[in-house]
Design a protein around this ligand. Structure first.
Ligand SMILES: [Zn+2]
Length: 204
């Protein structure tokens, strides 16, 4: 930081403010606050943050089984032999797994769709990881698929479609209970509501 001259200080500062304000949930004011915080913080702090951001992109990949975020070809959940392989909980995004794992009620495996069916946005069944989910159901090990897509229009459409294609396979298809308010996203649900939703899941 010592060798930053006044002429490029402005552009470095504004560059970071600009980059930070592109992040979800961070407006220009927060971006400004974070930038000036980093400017005052020890060099080590910025270095660690920059390295963590770089390694996030370089060292992570999608789990080849469930499409969760992973450090190697299988995520820690798929790799864990103690997890119940007869249940698969289907979620829209990897961060939904964090919410589910936080309550610690579900002991099975997951499947991340990476989206939901949305005709208005041009997202069809072939644009999310449905084909890969169906391939996982082929081995006869899976007895129940718990659909934990968001309680939104897109999440409901996805849920209905999954029920239509999975139930003929003779696998139990359940949906999280309606305790979750319509329109909320799973990752923002509180622990009590989410626990009730999974314990009170119903047949589709
Ligand atoms: Zn996995």
């Amino acid at each position: 930081m010592d060798n930053i001259s006044p002429s490029n200080t402005t552009s470095s500062v504004s560059r970071l403010i600009q980059e930070l304000s592109r992040l979800p949930g961070i407006g220009p004011k927060s971006a400004q606050r974070l930038t000036y915080y980093l400017l005052r913080a020890p060099d080590e702090h910025s270095k660690n943050l920059a390295e963590a951001i770089l390694s996030l992109r370089q060292k992570t990949q999608l789990c080849s089984c469930c499409f969760n975020i992973a450090d190697s070809s299988l995520c820690p959940i798929c790799n864990n032999s103690k997890r119940d392989r007869s249940q698969i909980c289907v979620v829209e995004q990897p961060q939904d797994i964090l919410a589910m794992e936080h309550i610690g009620v579900f002991k099975g495996l997951y499947h991340v769709l990476h989206g939901a069916i949305s005709p208005t946005e041009g997202i069809g069944t072939e644009n999310i990881r449905i084909k890969e989910l169906l391939a996982r159901l082929d081995n006869g090990q899976v007895k129940e698929v718990i659909i934990a897509t968001n309680p939104t229009l897109e999440g409901e459409q996805t849920s209905m479609y999954l029920h239509k294609v999975i139930s003929p396979l003779g696998i139990r298809v359940t949906r999280l209970a309606r305790g979750l308010p319509f329109g909320t996203e799973l990752e923002y649900a509180d622990d009590v509501t989410l626990t009730r939703a999974i314990e009170g899941r119903r047949e589709l």
